[in-house]
Write a protein that binds this ligand. Structure first.
Ligand code: PLP
Length: 232
């Protein structure tokens, strides 16, 4: 089997999972977008995915993402940055990312705005909400209590468009319970920001639970590309 055939089969399986999860939730499958997470995999795979109709790809490490986006600049892809973001890298990320999904603190806004400005465009922003219990020390994502103020600061920042929320289910918890919490957080958020309707949640292992809780986008890596090499 060629790599193209393997990716094609995997994509078909993931799309079928999304469609049946959407149907089970009484939603149309056109309401749920797929972001294929290509981290650790080469630009040649990104090209094959684009040929197979993938429009959105996700990356979580700045240097790798920057290089891949440059190698694939001729393809009409939307690049989603989904990883932990350092403020000294944020302007550079805004130079190639169409969507930055992992905005979790006010300090990132000014450099993202600067990067967007240098490129003469608007960057779409999702705010990453932490679903971890508060006693967790270092967590990715804004604490739910701080979401409203981060959202207010985002809409006041030039060059950034607040589109919605992103979250990752914590390890060791039933993802359905975590995504139920997320759905409640989102309902409150939408009363203040009714147009910021994107909800990016769900990965290879829990996309069904995320779609049931209202995800508009799922971020799927290994179920499409295969298992990643172990992180050193
Ligand atoms: C790697 C990653 C994914 C994809 O995970 P899979 O389990 O491989 O589908 C989704 N979201 C984020 C934030 C990631 O870092």
């Amino acid at each position: 089997m060629t790599r193209a055939e393997e990716l094609s089969d995997n994509l078909a399986r993931v799309r079928a999972r999304i469609a049946s999860a959407a149907t089970a939730a009484g939603r149309g499958d056109a309401e749920v977008g797929l972001v294929v997470v290509t981290k650790f995999f080469p630009a040649s795979d990104v090209r094959l995915l684009a040929d197979l109709g993938v429009a959105d790809v996700g990356e979580n490490r700045h240097q790798e993402a920057e290089a891949k986006a440059a190698e694939c600049a001729d393809l009409r892809l939307r690049w989603h940055f989904i990883g932990g973001l350092q403020s000294n890298k944020a302007a550079a990320v805004a130079a190639y990312a169409d969507v930055v999904e992992s905005v979790d603190r006010p300090k990132l806004l000014a450099p993202l705005s600067r990067g967007a400005h240098e490129r003469g465009r608007t960057v779409d922003v999702l705010l990453q909400v932490s679903l971890d219990p508060p006693e967790h020390g270092a967590r990715a994502g804004v604490a739910p209590d701080d979401l409203a103020s981060l959202a207010a600061a985002t809409v006041q920042t030039e060059g950034l468009a607040l589109r919605g929320l992103m979250a990752v289910a914590p390890l060791g918890e039933d993802p359905a319970a975590a995504f139920d919490r997320l759905a409640r957080i989102r309902a409150g958020f939408l009363t203040d920001h009714p147009d910021a309707t994107v909800l990016s949640a769900g990965m290879s292992g829990d996309l069904e639970q995320a779609v049931a809780a209202g995800a508009t986008h799922v971020r799927v890596g290994s179920a499409v590309l295969g298992s990643r090499p172990a992180v050193p």
